[in-house]
Ligand binder design. Structure first.
Ligand code: TRP
Length: 429
């Protein structure tokens, strides 16, 4: 399957705070499951630049980055089959942010929900509208669009509060493409209605802002205590209990099989004591969490290993980002002055320019090809084991002038091997 049919999913996780059961059920568990679906390519990254917008405690950012990375890995994310990286390790992202900033109306950003909420709050308090509003908050949607557009992602699983940001990313892609040619892929938000929102300790939605969360990886005994503290009504043992509106029951349901859920429903009807029901819910949750908790702890105790995994992920992601950024720089006119006659021919060249496409086949190997504006195949690479070499070759090809390219024998023919291609590039340089 080529990139033309691969669907790319991308998710960013802001690195403030510690993951809780609600994050696990609502985001982490479904995302890890989705990452194992054939035919889709997954990108998960730690949005640490975004974290700076709401947090000015360096130690907390560092700790949260470690905890969130360790959580996703412990939950079963396989960094070899997905792209798993830290936003701040990809310098092409802030670079793209600037290109997008220059095609985004300031008025559009004025209407972004997060910024507008701050302005409205200031207005209500009789303050200057922009009091305590950083330009970072204002620019938040542009940075997020760069995250998304950098990897040509198609589908962005998000909560409802983020839909506007995806719409803005679409608009930025359209503006850019309108000005500079079809380079950016407009993304789509994916809202999973089937995923449960988990109630917290007080019965309201589990959320850091309500301070009612159960952290995902607290020690077993502490998790038990927290679950014992979930609010219930005052019905005595022996009295039938209502499952409707029972936070405890909903929590159980998010972890149990349908048969187990039916059996607890029966126990409610039969008047199970709240203490016993809570113990049962705790045991069921712990059964799923305990094996992950050990992996999580091992990783938190070995931050150098997590760092290594993230840097390897950044390498893999940059192999895509670097050549794509080179393409975008060229598109807007940030160019090698010797590369091509500047000026009047530019508009025609923009339309006729062939494009590089990188993709992965069902054989698991990485390829690239060059197709002209009419869709005709100009070059076809041999198979590479990692995305890195094709990425570097494309960047290299783009930096060569026409005379140098003419020197290269037709390495794209089927007899070419990755080694022979690499050798020719070394000679041409
Ligand atoms: N804004 C997202 C949130 O707060 C996090 C995020 C940053 C993100 N960049 C992204 C999500 C790109 C999806 C795609 O949840």
């Amino acid at each position: 399957m080529s990139s033309d049919s691969t669907v790319r999913f991308l998710t960013g996780i802001t690195t403030t705070g510690t993951p809780h059961l609600g994050n696990f059920v609502g985001a982490i568990r479904p995302a890890v499951a989705a990452s194992k679906t054939p035919g889709i390519e997954s990108y998960y990254f730690l949005a640490d630049y975004h974290a700076l917008i709401k947090c000015d405690e360096p130690a907390r950012i560092q700790r949260s980055t470690l905890e969130i990375a360790a959580t996703w890995l412990a939950a079963g994310l396989d960094p070899d089959t997905v792209y798993f990286y830290r936003q701040s390790d990809i310098p092409e992202i802030p670079e793209l942010t600037w290109l997008l900033t220059c095609v985004t109306g300031k008025g559009v950003l004025n209407r972004a929900h997060a910024y507008k909420a701050s302005v409205d709050k200031n207005a209500a308090a009789g303050n200057d509208p922009d009091a305590d509003v950083t330009a970072g908050l204002f620019m938040y949607p542009v940075l997020m669009a760069a995250d998304i557009l950098m990897f040509r992602s198609h589908k962005i699983p998000v909560g409802r509060d983020q839909i506007q940001h995806i719409e803005m990313a679409r608009d930025m892609a359209a503006s850019f493409n309108h000005l500079y040619g079809e380079h950016l892929v407009p993304p789509e938000a994916v809202i999973d209605e089937s995923v449960a929102t988990l109630p917290g300790l007080d019965g309201r939605k589990m959320s850091k802002s309500y301070d009612n969360t159960i952290p995902l990886f607290v020690p077993r005994e502490q998790m038990r205590k927290l679950i014992m503290g979930i609010v219930t009504d005052s019905r005595a043992p022996g009295e039938a209990k209502d499952t409707e509106g029972s936070a405890l029951f909903q929590l159980y349901q998010a972890f149990a099989t349908p048969a187990e859920t039916a059996s607890l429903r029966q126990a409610y009807a039969d008047g199970i004591a709240w203490g016993d029901a809570k113990q049962q819910v705790f045991e069921r949750i712990d059964r799923e969490i305990a094996p992950m908790r050990d992996k999580y702890q091992a990783m938190v105790d070995n931050p150098a290993e997590v760092e290594r995994i993230l840097l390897a992920g950044a390498d893999k992601a940059r192999a895509l980002a670097r050549p794509f950024m080179a393409e975008l720089r060229h598109a807007v006119g940030l160019r090698n002055l010797g590369s091509r006659a500047a000026g009047a021919a530019d508009k025609a060249a923009r339309v006729a320019l062939p494009v590089f496409k990188q993709y992965r086949e069902a054989d698991g190997k990485f390829y690239f090809k060059l197709v002209d504006a009419g869709g005709t195949l100009l070059l076809q690479s041999p198979a590479f084991d990692s995305p890195r070499e094709p990425g570097q070759l494309i960047a290299r090809l783009k930096s060569l002038d026409e005379a140098a390219i003419a020197q290269i024998t037709p390495w794209w023919q089927s007899e070419a091997t990755p080694q022979s291609v690499l050798r020719q590039f070394a000679d041409a340089a």
